[in-house]
Design a protein around this ligand. Structure first.
Ligand code: UD1
Ligand code: UDP
Length: 374
């Protein structure tokens, strides 16, 4: 098959790496970078470290309002799809690139596959929730990370073309952790002692665009009594500066770090506090206690397993959990065994994805007949 994989934001690059490797064994894959993330530390560093093939197209959309950014990707993606006529478009996650990629494909009657399908926060004020709902509705193949996702899709009537495969981020971690341990010097550079610091990331709109919530996060972090390493997403750095919010010296705000350094910072942290979906999962993979600085999470199974505590942003609540949170000894393998990419590629290897003859959504047929495409 000729497959177009759409990537645009930091977690999508990381997820693309292991899947590209598998897909390219039996298929022709073209990578389209939408340009949603463009700073070196938000984009190119991941291509370099994870040896992701250079994008075949960069749509260079840059930043913008949701409507404008999504529309620009949609319009530029349409041109690429009309030219390349792929058999399948793969989108991942819940970004504006995901939404626009799925929409562009489905408007042109090109089957779409959604990796990380079915996750829900049930909060439609989150831009990501809208992106996921639409991408799932439009996709013909839905690859789920969690078992909870299967239930969410079923509750929305989406049952065909749905596969539980586990998390491609776990594949990425398995492939890169030994290299990170060899190459990363981040602990020395930041003069950190293993297990004697906490790692924090914050970038969700609900936290960065709400001055009160951001001020509460700053106040909670200023009150903890250990070193905090905080690699800041550009939107967070900008919001902090706009509001004049400042950290005490034990909270070290640094530039976003590359994937290798991030893995080393994660695995050696005593505690992780985050509003990131990827970082919540990685904390689980690495068996590091995680506090989620949100009021809900898509990754409910990590919370049910006792490894992730939803603490919101109220300083008293964050501080109480910061001091006392201790996960249990056991950890169920809720995200699979690190072979999600192989499973996805195996499903696609079965043959081209086709629409049902009556054009129904999710009425996909896979066939082993050579040369058959939609
Ligand atoms: C996006 C995703 C979010 C994902 C996150 C991963 C949407 C709606 N949100 O959020 O789900 O968790 O990526 O990191 O798609 N900026 C830069 N340089 C860059 C990229 C962004 O300075 O390379 C700044 C710009 O001021 C921009 C802001 O960050 O306006 C937000 O970027 P954007 O891509 O719109 O959303 P994210 O917050 O990154
Ligand atoms: N990440 C990174 N450097 C950083 C912050 C995050 O490499 O400074 C990685 C992190 O390890 C995870 C992914 O980026 O693999 C998560 O991306 P992000 O938090 O931006 O988005 P989300 O997962 O919330 O969509």
């Amino acid at each position: 098959m000729k497959i177009i994989s759409v990537v645009g934001a930091r977690p999508e690059f990381i997820q693309a790496a292991p899947l590209s490797r598998e897909l390219r064994k039996h298929h022709q894959e073209l990578l389209v970078h939408t340009g949603q993330h463009y700073d070196y530390l938000m984009s190119q560093t991941f291509f370099d470290e994870l040896r992701i093939p250079a994008p075949d197209y960069n749509l260079e959309v840059g930043s913008g309002s949701h409507g404008r950014q999504t529309a620009e990707i949609l319009s530029r993606m349409e041109e690429v799809l009309l030219k390349e006529k792929p058999d399948l478009v793969i989108v991942r996650g819940d970004t504006n690139s995901t939404l626009a990629g799925a929409l562009a494909a489905s408007k042109l009657h090109i089957p779409a596959a959604h990796v990380e399908a079915g996750e829900r926060s049930f909060d439609r004020r989150m831009p990501e929730e809208i992106n996921r709902l639409v991408a799932d509705r439009l996709s013909d193949l839905l690859f789920c990370v969690s078992h909870a996702a299967l239930g969410h899709l079923a509750a929305e009537g989406i049952t065909s073309g749905v596969h539980w495969v586990g998390d491609v981020m776990l594949d990425a971690m398995h492939a890169n952790r030994p290299i990170a341990r060899e190459k990363s010097k981040v602990l020395e550079q930041l003069q950190l002692v293993k297990g004697a610091y906490a790692l924090v990331t914050v970038h969700r709109a609900a936290n960065t665009d709400d001055p009160q919530r951001l001020a509460k996060i700053v106040s909670a972090l200023n009150a903890v009594d250990e070193t905090v390493i905080f690699p800041a997403h550009p939107r967070t750095r900008k919001a902090l500066a706009d509001l004049g919010l400042e950290f005490k010296p034990h909270v070290r705000l640094i530039e976003p770090v590359g994937y290798f350094d991030m893995m080393i910072l994660e695995e050696n942290a005593r505690l992780i506090a985050t509003d990131s979906g990827g970082v919540q999962r990685e904390a689980y993979f690495m068996r590091v206690p995680c506090l989620t600085l949100r009021d809900e999470t898509e990754w409910v199974e990590t919370a049910q397993a006792g490894w992730n505590l939803l603490v919101g942003v109220e300083p008293e609540q964050v501080l109480a959990a910061w001091r006392s949170f201790t996960p249990p000894a056991d950890q169920p393998p809720i995200f699979g065994d690190g072979n999600a990419s192989r499973k996805i590629a195996g499903i696609l290897d079965a043959g081209p994805v086709r629409f049902a003859p009556d054009g129904r959504r999710n009425g996909i047929i896979t066939t082993k007949e050579p040369g058959v495409s939609q």
